[in-house]
Design a binder for this molecule. Structure first.
Ligand code: KIV
Length: 284
């Protein structure tokens, strides 16, 4: 099977080709240049500058406080670390819902002022006119259905979607309408595996799942979750690929100990002046 050359830039047609060829798409979040460079060099296909930054970077309980200017800033930072992956900016709460004009202006700024090539919008039927307006002027849109964290207060909590047939039918219909409106891809969040499979099989565009089972065309995780950086929050859908919290804690404790005992910095980290200064002994 042909594999993507790691030097080739990931584009929307390439994602579509990956779906046709049944090659899975790997998406992760990043919010700064250092992490973005690691993910890019490791070969991730899509880097999402998620509004999850509200939770994992800013320390809020949910994504609602994130502002558009903050997303723009983090997307600019991510862009400096990336050569190959596609960068997608998550549009924060109230940065595109107010009016079509607001959505066009803000999403346009993402493409003009950052290296992102697409935006992600949460929402169902109500965002169809916005998706049409954006894609109509050449702004690629990734949709996001199932659990929509920006509606957390209206939903009353983080619950699975598509658990029964009426819910599954509604999700499938929404997915089809968003594809028809011009979305190039859809995130399915907290959707039962069977419903996610039916949606994936009935769309031409790739689906990217999070807590949506194994049948989506791709998967996404929040980088802080998959690296075990937030031990108080272990979510069922997350696999911790590297448990970094204890490793970082140990490193910091060792550093503190060495600073306190004077063993850091040692000769290896010290620069001397040439020739050595002869310090005149003061006479007593
Ligand atoms: O904000 C985010 O990181 C997301 C992903 C979890 C899909 O929306």
């Amino acid at each position: 099977m042909e594999t993507l050359m790691l030097s080739e830039k990931v584009t929307i047609p390439k994602l579509r080709k990956m779906k046709v060829e049944r090659r899975k798409i790997a998406m992760l979040t990043a919010y700064d240049a250092t992490f973005a460079q690691i993910l890019d060099q490791a070969g991730v296909d899509i880097i999402l500058v998620g509004d999850s930054l509200g939770r994992v970077v800013q320390g809020h309980d949910n994504t609602l406080p994130v502002t558009f200017e903050q997303s723009l800033y983090h997307t600019q930072s991510v862009g400096r670390g990336v050569k190959r992956a596609m960068i997608v900016t998550d549009m924060p709460f109230m940065s595109y819902q107010v009016s079509g004009e607001q959505a066009l202006l803000n999403c346009g700024r993402v493409l003009k002022e950052t290296l992102a090539i697409a935006v992600k919008l949460e929402g169902g039927m109500e965002i169809v006119p916005t998706v049409k307006a954006l894609t109509g002027v050449g702004i690629p849109v990734m949709g996001h259905i199932g659990l929509q964290p920006q509606s957390i207060h209206a939903l009353g909590g983080y619950k699975m979607k598509g658990k029964n047939l009426p819910e599954a039918r509604e999700l499938l219909e929404t997915a089809r309408v968003l594809e028809e409106a011009g979305c190039f891809s859809l995130v399915l969040e907290c959707v039962t595996a069977e419903t996610a499979q039916e949606i994936t099989e009935s769309l031409q565009i790739p689906t990217i799942g999070i807590a949506a089972g194994p049948h989506c065309d791709g998967q996404v995780l929040v980088i802080h979750d998959m690296l075990g950086l937030i031990p108080d929050l272990r979510l069922r859908h997350v696999k911790v690929y590297a448990d970094l919290h204890p490793i970082i804690t140990n490193a910091v404790q060792e550093y503190i100990h060495e600073v306190q005992t004077g063993s850091f910095p040692s000769e290896a980290q010290t620069t001397h002046r040439e020739p050595p200064l002869k310090i005149a002994r003061s006479k007593r």
